[in-house]
Design a protein around this ligand. Structure first.
Ligand code: ZN
Length: 394
């Protein structure tokens, strides 16, 4: 009865449970496979002749949080035709393994979640090394490039480099790969691995305003249009507002400064995102009472955000051109610098108006990475890091 119960828990079909020994720290289950007619691997003759047995201890997934050891009495058959001997095949056991296939599956399943390798090792009752050894083969690089390639960096601090680069399919929003470092030489090495036919398939490359990415796109993707990520380039306009805001704040006396600090969020958010009437009133008060420059830079920021929402793309591009032209002449330095940047990237920004692709979907993905880094206390080994990120996104 009890053995039946254990067999159900084990869920190893066709296995005979001979006895179960409950020890303090583990459960030992003695198992056998039934005698069956075997086909000799050497001459293909049929046989049921048993030569002898060998006992093998195998680690299985824990039963009710207790280590489970399978004591498997492995049978050796002898062929009646050629006389050669061979072991019966156990489907639940890979060749020469000391743990069942499903222990590996159990570990891989948990590697997909935000758990540390130490916790996973404890749950599976194996060493951290056993868990870590599974990772490198799972850090498989992409074989195919998508039509829309999103490139974004994140601060992974793994291996030797501070920033790692993630690649995502802009259409399916699935992560493709991770590159160890954002330097041009690394990026070029990476994309060198793809054939020109592969690279020609890429129609859009979405990037930050980062020169190395643009060079990369121009060099490796002859058919691609480069799209500036809207979340990234609009930040320049928001930062221009913040620069002026700080200048205003510095000139205030202490008590006023304290009140004024609240303005940061109000000024940097998009006006339509302000939720309450109180927020809108407060913003209005700040814009009217403090500085003409602040008012102007705020208005320009709002105009930029608004033109990106424009239904008529041609009109939006016309507005962008005017925006840049106007602000290149601005007497507010932060605004002028922003316009200069946009001027240098005008083609990529225009493309961002024409198509909706952005690196927005990568944000959720980057948050996952941050959590993983936190639970895992950082990664020194880039391959392990990459494997886990890719597993988590499956
Ligand atoms: Zn034989």
């Amino acid at each position: 009865m009890r053995n039946d119960f254990i067999r159900n828990l084990l869920d190893l079909k066709g296995v005979i449970v001979k006895k179960v020994r409950y020890k303090k720290n583990f459960v030992k289950v003695h198992i056998e496979l039934p005698v069956r007619e075997q086909t000799c691997p050497h001459c293909k003759a049929e046989t049921t002749k048993i030569k002898d047995y060998r006992t093998q201890i195998i680690k299985d997934i824990p039963i009710r949080f207790k280590t489970t050891l399978l004591s498997y009495r492995k049978r050796r058959y002898q062929c009646k035709e050629c006389g050669k001997t061979f072991y019966e095949k156990a489907y639940f056991l890979p060749k020469r393994a000391r743990k069942t296939t499903r222990v590996t599956e159990f570990i891989v399943d948990r590697l997909k979640t935000k758990q540390s390798m130490k916790d996973i090792a404890m749950q599976a009752n194996v060493s951290i090394n056993t868990v870590a050894r599974l990772l490198p083969p799972l850090a498989v690089s992409a074989k195919q490039l998508p039509e829309v390639l999103c490139i974004d960096e994140f601060k992974g601090n793994t291996g030797y480099y501070k920033y790692q680069v993630s690649l995502m399919d802009g259409k399916t929003r699935k992560p493709i790969d991770i590159i160890e470092c954002r330097y041009k030489s690394h990026l070029f090495d990476y994309f060198n691995k793809f054939s020109i036919e592969q690279r020609k398939k890429v129609k859009y490359v979405v990037i930050d305003l980062w020169k190395a990415y643009k060079d990369l796109a121009k060099t490796y993707f002859p058919n691609a249009k480069v799209v500036a990520d809207r979340f990234h380039f609009t930040r320049y306009a928001t930062e221009a507002v913040d620069t002026v805001r700080k200048q205003v704040q510095e000139k205030l006396n202490r008590s006023e400064r304290k009140y004024f600090k609240h303005s940061r969020k109000l000024l940097l958010s998009k006006y339509s995102k302000l939720k309450t009437e109180k927020q809108r009133e407060e913003l209005k008060y700040i814009l009217i009472n403090y500085s003409e420059d602040l008012r102007r830079v705020y208005r320009e920021k709002e105009e930029l955000l608004a033109l990106l929402q424009e239904e008529n793309k041609a009109k939006a591009i016309e507005k962008l051109n005017l925006w840049i032209k106007r602000n290149l002449e601005s007497d507010i330095p932060s605004l002028r610098n922003c316009a200069k940047t946009y001027f240098n990237w005008v083609e990529e920004i225009r493309n961002a108006i024409k198509v909706t692709y952005s690196n927005g979907p990568m944000e959720g993905y980057n948050n996952k990475i941050k959590t993983l880094k936190r639970v895992a206390f950082g990664f020194r080994n880039f391959t392990n890091f990459k494997a886990r990120i890719l597993l988590m996104s499956m």
